[in-house]
Design a binder for this molecule. Structure first.
Ligand code: TMP
Length: 256
């Protein structure tokens, strides 16, 4: 088996050198973390589920013309992606009050927002990913005004697509986080969607019962996180009810 060069290891994913220049392999780990990794557990099969759910979402986004880094799924835990320069911001879109918006502004969880709200957070573990304004972003050079516009336009298109996709299977999209990257293509730099979109990075509630079907099950010790992720995959038609993601998929070949 060939050894691969590790490019970057994050909390839930590892990036390896890809088979050709300009590509990377994104490996989905089973690690579940919250509160800047203060809370950490291994959830057997989470990586497999997130790989499949994120593949489904990114391939549909590519198809409707939203540019993403996704090329193809390679196996149960890995995707081939385009290498981009990650912009050090988390872009959060909120449709319904929850999480840090509720605690920061005292808006009751579940309140439908008068309009979708876009927020930016600076990706820095040591600082706990603080919320930042467009002024901070341009003053510190994390992104240009044009790039901020491009990220916001991308975020709105993703929100429209995801809201409809989830509503069709009885799921309400409360909020989600995306990350964007710069891709050099024919001498121009384009902003494209990177990272992943999965129940790790979205809040998803059952439309009828309001049951949480996302990482809040882990953050809030509600239990049943993997079953909820599996249900999201089943409702989207990605996996059938009896498919067992847990403990499946290739074993990571360690690079040294
Ligand atoms: P928040 O309410 O905790 O700010 O989270 C907003 C959304 O962003 C929610 O869907 C979870 C997602 N998120 C991440 O994916 N990664 C993170 O590090 C944080 C803080 C939030």
């Amino acid at each position: 088996m060939s050894r691969r060069r590790k490019i970057y290891e994050g909390k839930a994913k590892t990036l390896y050198e890809g088979p050709e220049a300009g590509t990377l392999i994104q490996f989905f780990k089973d690690d579940a973390t919250a509160y800047n990794a203060e809370k950490h557990e291994i959830m057997d099969g989470k990586g497999v589920l997130n790989n499949r759910i994120s593949e489904y979402i990114f391939s549909h986004l590519n198809r409707v013309g939203v540019p993403t880094h996704f090329i193809k799924r390679l196996n149960m835990r890995e995707q081939l992606i385009k290498e981009v320069e990650i912009i050090p911001l988390e872009v959060v879109v909120r449709n319904v009050a929850a999480g840090s918006l509720s605690s920061r502004l005292g808006v009751e969880e579940g309140t439908i927002l008068p309009r979708s709200i876009i927020e930016f957070y600076y990706k820095d573990d040591a600082l706990n990913d603080p919320i930042v304004s467009e002024e901070h972003i341009t003053a510190f050079g994390w992104a240009s005004p044009q790039e901020i516009d491009d990220m916001m336009a991308l975020a709105i298109r993703v929100n429209d697509f995801l809201s409809g996709m989830f509503a069709a299977v009885g799921i309400q999209l409360i909020d989600f986080k995306i990350e964007c990257g710069r891709l050099l293509e024919n001498d121009t730099v384009r902003i494209i969607l990177a990272d992943e979109i999965s129940p790790d990075s979205c809040r998803l509630w059952d439309l009828e019962t309001k049951k949480k079907m996302d990482k809040d099950r882990f953050r809030q010790d509600l239990g049943g996180m993997l079953d909820a992720y599996q249900e999201v995959a089943t409702r989207l038609g990605i996996m059938n009810k009896n498919e067992q993601p847990a403990k499946s998929g290739p074993v990571l070949v360690k690079s040294d």
